[in-house]
Write a protein that binds this ligand. Structure first.
Ligand SMILES: C[S@@+](CC[C@H](N)C(=O)[O-])C[C@H]1O[C@@H](n2cnc3c(N)ncnc32)[C@H](O)[C@@H]1O
Length: 250
């Protein structure tokens, strides 16, 4: 049995009761920590809380050679832990299909996700979001401009864009850097950079930071520690504008 268990957004208090019971009774517990991360805890903290040893997986362990996970799931109850909701903006559909092809029973225990938390924190209406995109850390000789094309296409349809920010081993992209990269991408593509952004830090924590404004303003804003995410809003509905004025300093 392979069960994908969502950890929610920030700390140990974000897993569901269902998820917690499953993990406590699992025969093996794996943690995928490369698509998202719970910044309000760490692996030893999770091990103590769940009373279980946790095997931390690299991307290759899941996407290229998941035999260890599948072998354990063929024999017993396996918990596959993921930050947020397990199937939102991750690549775990492939693992679930591989398990099904191997005759292994699977299920999902859902949890809160950044994709819905953003709507509550910003007041931007969930049905007005278009395709989302991710901004990666640029590498030597590699500076993709696809994210700004997604933003431009969404703006043309009056849709908001959710912009996920890169996570690497010990490196987390923050809102000001993401805006600077998006502006450089816009310049390279010869399009206008976005006029308005909403930056969000540490959704799910006791003190999330939510700020709306121009690129110049948000590049000077102190958002505090990661994780961070960015939204490029389309033309605002009056209610969305009011909400951002009240809760995000617009
Ligand atoms: C690829 S998405 C994975 C989403 C996850 N499966 C979920 O449902 O929440 C991960 C990105 O979302 C953003 N993110 C996730 N959790 C966050 C949080 N608590 N606060 C702010 N941004 C967050 C970060 O930009 C991070 O790089």
């Amino acid at each position: 049995m392979l069960t994908f268990v969502g950890l929610g957004l920030y700390d140990l208090g974000d897993i569901s009761v269902k998820g917690l019971n499953y993990v406590k009774n699992a025969d093996a517990v794996f943690l995928e920590a490369y698509t998202s991360r719970l910044m309000g805890t760490d692996v030893p903290g999770m091990e103590a809380f769940f009373g279980a040893e946790i095997r931390v997986l690299a991307r290759e362990d899941v996407e290229e050679d998941p035999h260890e996970i599948l072998d354990r799931a063929a024999e017993g109850r396996v918990a596959f832990l993921t930050g947020g909701d397990p199937m939102v903006s991750t690549t775990h559909a492939d693992l679930r299909m591989r398990a099904a092809a191997a005759g292994i029973e699977t299920s999902i225990i859902h949890a809160s996700s950044i994709s819905s938390a953003v709507c509550g924190l910003s007041g931007l209406q969930n049905y007005r979001f278009g395709k989302s995109c991710s901004v990666p850390f640029p590498a030597k000789g590699w500076f993709p401009t696809a994210p700004v094309e997604t933003v431009t296409a969404n703006l043309a349809l009056s849709l908001h864009t959710l912009v996920y920010l890169d996570i690497q081993k010990d490196r987390y992209m923050r809102v000001p850097e993401a805006i600077a990269i998006l502006e450089e991408m816009a310049e390279k593509r010869g399009v206008e950079p976005p006029a308005l952004y909403v930056g969000i830090a540490r959704a799910g924590s006791e003190h999330p930071v939510v700020r709306a404004g121009t690129g110049a303003k948000l590049k000077e804003t102190e958002f505090g520690p990661p994780l961070h995410i960015l939204v490029v809003p389309a033309e605002l509905h009056p209610m969305e504008r009011d909400y951002l004025e009240i809760f995000a300093g617009l």
